[in-house]
Design a protein around this ligand. Structure first.
Ligand code: URA
Length: 205
């Protein structure tokens, strides 16, 4: 993807600082695995002035090889979903809760979420999106608890596509939990659900 961001911009510099910190995150339980496999951390991609920010779970194999979020099979579904509401990847920002690939694509562990989530918090503060959409249940749980929606936390099968209001530094921001796009690879009917849920994002593009 062509670089759409300006290296002289302060958001670029702050996000680059996050990349530099994660590159040398030797305390991470996932650091060894990254090095042994010649993997890259995946920080995020898209415009630093995005209205909509997507937060997935953690990089998979393709993502860790390329250092880019959602560039494998789930990413192709995400691209289709974006296209269904007239958006291209470089018009949004896409990141993950955990920035290094967990072995064998297992779910991120609580200590990994604890270590990596402050970087996500910083990305949100830098980009100041109008809407945050999580892709999957771990990022949903993390963000709902962080932004005071713990009591409304429920199964993703119940709250997917709902819009919640959160405050980020006193700014009203929309939060929308969505299914992870990979579900559409295993359950065809979920693709229709995702397409329907994406409609709500149109209000923020
Ligand atoms: N799944 C995720 O949650 N994130 C990615 O970047 C790729 C697959």
């Amino acid at each position: 993807m062509a670089n759409i961001n300006n290296p002289d911009d302060s958001r670029y510099k702050q996000l680059k600082q996050i990349l530099d910190e994660i590159l040398y995150l030797k305390d991470s339980p996932l650091y060894e695995y990254r090095k042994i496999n010649n993997n890259k951390p995946v920080i995020g991609e898209g415009t630093h002035y995005a209205s909509i920010m997507f937060v997935g779970e953690a990089p998979g194999e393709n993502e860790a090889k390329q250092g880019r979020p959602f560039c494998g099979a789930a990413g192709r579904i995400l691209d289709e979903l974006l296209a269904s509401i007239g958006l291209a990847r470089n018009e949004v920002y896409i990141t993950n809760l955990v920035k290094d690939r967990p072995p064998n694509n297992r779910d991120p562990l609580p200590d990994e979420i604890e270590l990596y989530s402050p970087y996500l918090d910083r990305q949100i503060e830098i980009i100041q999106p109008k809407c945050i959409a999580t892709l999957g249940r771990h990022s949903m749980k993390y963000l709902m608890e962080k932004y005071g929606l713990g009591e409304k936390l429920a199964s993703i099968s119940v709250i997917h596509g709902h819009k919640f209001d959160i405050k980020i530094n006193k700014t009203k921001t929309a939060y929308i939990p969505l299914y992870h796009p990979a579900v559409a690879l295993y359950t065809a009917s979920k693709k229709k659900t995702l397409i329907d849920d994406f409609q709500v994002l149109k209000n923020f593009s």
